[in-house]
Write a protein that binds this ligand. Structure first.
Ligand code: HEM
Length: 425
């Protein structure tokens, strides 16, 4: 069996490499060219297949019965961390049980609970509210008067505010939610973790994650209680009163649902929003193009999501022996889907390393594919479209004003510091 050279195997799980976009893409490009589907065994990790080509990621993602999400960890974790999570949970590889960690027959039932809420038809109801939030965010941002740190001055707060609004979290609690999400997703980044993570071992990190999940649970428990007593027309009410086969879902599953929406719903969108601004600052021709023709804004949004691909990886495991791209995959084998690699696959995207607001077609995999295709994709795209519809007419120019930095995480990452200078139109 082909083995990925050790140095490369270590790199594709190393948060520091994820914090260096050029290095990450150099590694993925090497894999696509030389070992597009091969086994890696980074030090301390169980072996897994690394899937880097667009076509193979699609193939795995669309066969949800053959490649499961529930049986092994869905995000990359080392052997010690996996064992420790199982110890904490009494055998499960997952700290929460949300859609992401489910398979059929449960997955479609739980997804159906909120699916229609997230469809474009229903989202029209919240569009006006999202625009209000976007306008306020843009006004606050413009008050910076020409220089800003785009991540903290706009990109972080706006999607957080939208998702908290639909979950019924009052604005004064948003900083707490932001902190908790960053701990869950950015737990590997020293700037974002609860404690100095570089000084912690895997057990301590798993304990920290558990503490974060417990914080989330106690918080949303209160909101659920309230929505059962006083139902409203929001997603929080849908979740608090959800039933499956005529029985209420368990508290643990309701909490897991809140957590997935609260977490998946903003860090990803913030990263893509900041990724868009970074790319526009570096590509003035694309800035001019989209400013001249605002009908290109949806194209800007899609390209920014491809370009940033904030969800870098998800894991699957095989339910039986099978074959993929000429390789024999054994039952229980673990596979890493490298979305950021698939999104620069030169056999699918013309000039994949160019940022083009008019890219067509743009069949990127940033939202995954198949049964787990991102539930929030229409909301995410709507939020970003509205923000740029409000922001771009107000800007005459934008450029980088210092060193931009990307967060260090092998799961969800994106720009964490983006100093820019802009002229108001
Ligand atoms: C699932 C990416 C925004 C909620 C996913 C998956 C990806 C993804 C790759 C697939 C998981 C898998 O295959 O296991 C993104 C990106 C976003 C974004 C790149 C922004 C640009 C959102 C938003 C929400 C959301 C705004 C909700 C408010 C979810 C949920 C799932 C999911 C609930 C689980 C679906 C399932 O397993 O059936 N997302 N997401 N996401 N996303 Fe998103």
């Amino acid at each position: 069996m082909e083995r990925i050279p050790q140095e490369i195997a270590n790199a594709i799980v190393d948060p520091v490499v994820f914090g260096d976009t050029a290095k990450l893409h150099e590694t993925y490009a090497w894999l696509r060219a030389n070992m597009p589907l091969a086994m890696a065994e980074p030090e301390g990790f169980d072996p897994f297949w690394v899937v880097t080509r667009h076509a193979d990621i699609l193939e795995v993602s669309r066969q949800n019965n053959l490649f499961h999400s529930a049986d092994r960890p869905t995000t990359i974790v080392d052997r010690q961390g996996d064992a420790f999570v199982r110890k904490l949970t009494g055998g499960s590889p997952h700290l929460v049980r949300s859609l992401v960690q489910m398979d059929a027959p449960d997955h479609p039932k739980y997804r159906a609970l909120t699916q229609s809420w997230f469809m474009p038809q229903n989202l029209k109801k919240v569009e006006g509210r999202v625009r209000e939030i976007a306008r306020a965010a843009v006004e606050r941002f413009l008050e910076k008067g020409g220089t800003a740190e785009f991540v903290s001055d706009l990109a972080l707060g706006y999607p957080l505010h939208v998702v908290m609004d639909i979950l019924g979290v009052p604005p004064e609690d948003e900083p707490r939610m932001l902190r908790l999400t960053q701990e869950l997703f950015g737990a590997q980044d020293p700037d974002q973790a609860r404690m100095m993570i570089t000084m912690m071992d895997t057990e301590q990190i798993a304990l920290m994650m558990k503490a974060t999940v417990d914080d989330f649970q106690s918080y949303f428990g209160v909101i659920s209680e309230e929505r059962r007593r006083n139902p409203r027309d929001d997603l929080a009410t849908v979740l608090a009163n959800a039933t499956i086969d005529d029985a209420p879902i368990s508290d643990f599953e309701a909490m897991s649902y809140y957590i997935i929406v609260a977490t998946a719903g903003h860090d990803t969108t913030s990263s893509s929003t900041a990724g868009a601004m970074w790319a526009l600052a570096e590509n003035p021709d694309q800035f001019d193009l989209v400013k001249r023709d605002p009908s290109l804004i949806p194209g800007l949004v899609d390209e920014a999501i491809r370009w940033t691909t904030p969800v870098k990886t998800f894991m699957r495991s095989a339910t039986e022996d099978t074959e993929l791209a000429g390789r024999r995959i054994a039952k229980d084998d673990w596979l890493m889907l490298c979305y950021a690699s698939g999104n620069r696959d030169e056999t699918v995207f013309e000039d994949p390393f160019r940022f083009r607001v008019d890219r067509k077609p743009n069949k990127h995999l940033a939202f995954g594919y198949g049964a787990h295709l991102c539930l929030g994709q229409h909301l995410a795209k709507m939020e970003m479209r509205i923000l740029f519809e409000e922001l771009l007419p107000r800007l005459k120019s934008v450029e980088l004003a210092g060193e931009a930095k990307v967060s260090q995480s092998s799961f969800v990452n994106g720009p964490k510091v983006l100093p820019i200078r802009y002229e108001i139109a």
